[in-house]
Write a protein that binds this ligand. Structure first.
Ligand SMILES: [Zn+2]
Length: 504
């Protein structure tokens, strides 16, 4: 096709205009306006700061500028190697004191520091341990000598075994190493691929399972978990829980009703002892490797549990490595059951925790949105899906961003390159959470807030961003609008105190 003269003219003008504008200095006011426009668009960019908040912000900015100049910049490092540096950071100390609102993405058996598990749980009487063929460990509490477990060594009665030892440090260290992914070795060498780290992750989970499903430990573990989050200034928790069978010393077991009721009782007890704690809600989870009939059964159970325990039962989700499990679409019939029956069962799907671009698994975020998910767990792949991203923004479906989890499970190396950086730059609905803090050698929410605020937040994220993230954690929770107002008022009081106490 011939070039039309008017097009040629336009092209020449464009070229000339380019050169003309290339030699003149752009208008600094226009430049400043554009910078301000971007700053206004980011998470917290529209928060109007009080005088006290502005003063704290100035302090934070200085701290951050200093931190970024460090040769060993923690967010650029693997968390296992950065943890001791983060612990000495004044920003981290401040984040620990900061009222962070709720933790909306935490799993049931990775809430409590493994040191507590080793020292408190494995030292209890009647605890047996065996070593599996692939060098993992399993536990059971039993009044009698337990029956042998296939692919595991003969049971070792830990109490009498330790009594014979002069020094139990090595044994305890070895147990600890089996209950967490955290290691003092080079993490890249210990976990060279996603496959290796996920395998160890699942083995670690199986190791702790025999300890935490023993009824007395189950209760104490949950209470201790709440204590650790509360100490980290988290006031509310939405816990993804498998509600597995819980057993007593004589081998009798309890079903999902008992377990959910126990969660409710302990949460109430904790709240009675800590009046400024707001509470706990449970999201029932099932492993995504189950078959369709099991999944259908669990969806049925979830609907019933929500009917029977409306206060604590928030909804339903699938867990496990997305890359190896079935995509959500595979379970479309079972997941449609609640809607077909007119029953409310909110979904909180893990989705987009993958870098397998273009695969069926990569469609999970879109499918989660089609099933009206209330939030998206991770959504690491969301920036690569503009339509899903637009849908989640329009519907106010927040992403539960868990930076340390994404790094340890090898989706991102340097936190500055985390995809949530771009999402926070445009105030996409996000909350920060910690997924499985004990597995990663973290605790509560502060380490993940540090990575988000200092790592992918960069210099631009400020006290307004932190405030917005904390507010988001209540606004995007499963609490009713009325409960959210009460929780926000409680949080605001603590926030104001935090700000006043930290202006130097
Ligand atoms: Zn998770």
């Amino acid at each position: 096709m011939a070039v039309q003269p008017q097009h040629l003219q336009a092209a020449v003008c464009l070229l000339l205009c380019f050169f003309t504008s290339g030699v003149s200095i752009p208008d600094p006011r226009q430049r400043e306006a554009l910078i301000q426009q971007e700053a206004h668009m980011q998470t917290g960019g529209q928060v109007v700061l009080t005088d006290a908040e502005q003063r704290l912000d100035a302090v934070l900015l200085k701290m951050k500028q200093k931190e970024i100049m460090k040769a060993d910049f923690p967010p650029a490092m693997h968390f296992f190697e950065a943890r001791h540096l983060i612990r000495t950071s004044p920003i981290f100390s401040l984040l620990q004191m900061m009222p962070k609102g709720g933790a909306l993405h935490v799993h049931d058996f990775s809430m409590v520091d493994v040191e507590w598990v080793v020292k408190n749980v494995t030292y209890r009487p009647h605890c047996y341990m065996c070593v599996t063929d692939n060098h993992s460990i399993r536990f059971i509490f039993s009044s009698d000598w337990p029956k042998p477990l296939s692919h595991c060594s003969p049971w070792i009665h830990l109490e009498s075994h330790r009594a014979k030892m002069i020094n139990t440090t090595d044994l305890d260290n070895s147990i600890r190493g089996n209950l967490t992914l955290f290691t003092d070795e080079d993490p890249e060498a210990a976990y060279p691929s996603q496959g290796v780290v996920w395998d160890k992750f699942e083995q670690t989970f199986l190791s702790i399972l025999g300890l935490v499903t023993y009824a007395p430990v189950f209760r104490d573990y949950f209470y201790e978990g709440l204590e650790q989050f509360y100490t980290d200034n988290v006031m509310y928790l939405e816990l993804r829980a498998l509600l597995p069978e819980i057993y007593e010393l004589d081998g009798t077991t309890h079903g999902k009703d008992w377990t959910l009721k126990t969660y409710q009782d302990i949460a109430r007890q904790f709240k009675a002892n800590h009046p400024d704690f707001f509470g706990v809600r449970i999201i029932l989870t099932v492993h995504r490797r189950v078959n369709t009939s099991v999944l259908t059964e669990v969806v049925e159970e979830a609907m019933e549990l929500r009917r029977n325990f409306p206060d604590i039962m928030a909804g339903f989700d699938l867990v496990g490595r997305e890359d190896e499990g079935k995509p959500l679409w595979h379970f479309r019939d079972a997941l449609s059951l609640p809607a077909q029956r007119g029953v409310t069962l909110p979904f909180f799907f893990h989705a987009g925790e993958t870098d397998l671009e273009g695969t069926d698994v990569d469609q999970n975020m879109m499918d989660a949105l089609l099933f009206n998910t209330s939030r998206i767990g991770h959504g690491f792949a969301l920036p690569r899906h503009p339509v899903a991203k637009e849908l989640s923004r329009k519907r106010g479906v927040a992403l539960e961003v868990c930076p340390i989890s994404n790094q340890v499970l090898k989706l991102v190396k340097d936190m500055r390159n985390h995809p949530a950086a771009a999402l926070m730059a445009e105030n996409h609905p996000v909350v920060i959470s910690s997924d499985d803090p004990a597995m990663f050698g973290a605790s509560g929410l502060s380490y993940d807030f540090y990575e988000a605020f200092v790592g992918f937040g960069g210099i631009r994220s400020n006290i307004g961003s932190l405030k917005q993230l904390a507010i988001n954690s209540i606004r995007y929770s499963s609490l009713t609008p009325k409960q959210q107002e009460v929780a926000l008022a409680l949080w605001q009081r603590r926030w104001d105190k935090f700000v006043t106490n930290n202006i130097f």
